[in-house]
Design a protein. Sequence first.
Length: 443
Amino acid sequence: MTMHAGLPRVVLVGRTNVGKSTLFNRLSSQVKSITYDYHGVTRDFLKDVIEWQGRSFELLDTGGIALKPLLDDVAERARLKALGLIEEADLVLFVCDGKAGLTTDDRALSKMLHKTGKNVILVVNKIDAQIAQEQQYEFERLGHKPVYAISAQHGRGVADLLEAIVAHLPITGKVREEEPQVKIALIGKPNVGKSSLLNLLVGHERALVSPVAGTTREAIAERVTFYQEDILITDTPGVRKKRSVEDPLEKLMVKSTLQAVDDADIVLLLVDATAGVLADQELKLAFYAFEQKHKSVIVLFNKMDIQDDFAKSDLGRSIDEYRHLMNKVESLSISCVDGRNVGKIMPLVHEVWQRAQTRFGDEELTRWFKKELEFKPLYHSSELLEVYGVQQVAVSPIAIVLKVNKPEWFGPSQLAFFEGLMRKKYALKSVPLRFFCRHKITR
């Protein structure tokens, strides 16, 4: 299991719906867990690096822990994974619901934690409720010291809890976690293989995989190193058609996916190669990521173990309908079952990332654009459109400023002309291009 090397590990445990995810969100500045009053929302564990008074530690949020084996396969695997995380923890935060009071399950979990010999801090949550204040002292019977009463929802007592956490952690040489150099998001419909691909890329079962749609409910992330670059890969819940999304939990899952796209540098859109056509939501996801959020996009056609020849498949034959998108992005046929072409993904990601860092000479672009406009002048209501200068102002995404005579005349079709020029001359597949027009005063 890949963790952040050198950082102490703090694991949140407790029965379901005691507020573990709310506490995780209170402490985490980057990763956000779905909080919803429904049994078993958290399945895959979430993690983030927390910094407090110059100390850093890795915080992991687990699903509610059951001590007895469960019949549901996914729930049982989540249970076993959570138990494994306890074994690897440097410190366990045992969270109980002060409002509900001490329960039989709390006592059973407490007994199990005592047997592990792990360093445990007992956290009594929901102390903002009057009944919780009256009942908090009964948790001292569990025999864990210290005991901290908090309200994760309102932040009460959380600062004192952080003080206790860093005081109980081992001293390590690593005090601060560096930001990843590249962030990747895996997106697509349910059951297209996103979680399987994450596991293949990181080399272990980071995400639970099941043929049941909706197994992944939250965006979960893992770091890998490739070509000496620190890369964060995020698996997201599957996104269905908007009219099919009615359950409040699924709406939160969609929100989690869109947030992962916002945070990413590169988006890998997984598509079922056995499908007859690209689904409406797949096209919308690709457009949202590439055209609206200006993220580099690579399309991965998965399940090639079932569909051997993509070009002859129904989807392959119908792909011409989507050339307006496919001509701009890289695509790759893969199989997460037999591993076909999975080894080509990260080299392609690296290549696309390098393209997104391309810097062009302003004078070269200016001369070239002017020359192209001489061959093919652009007009607006018989008025000639002129470009006086071109300047690149950013990379990833590449942003180009055009200094022109009438900025308001340069609409989408005119800017598409300049985008087409650049894509034809330079290797910019999967790299979004942004154009801005500024007025140039001439004498």
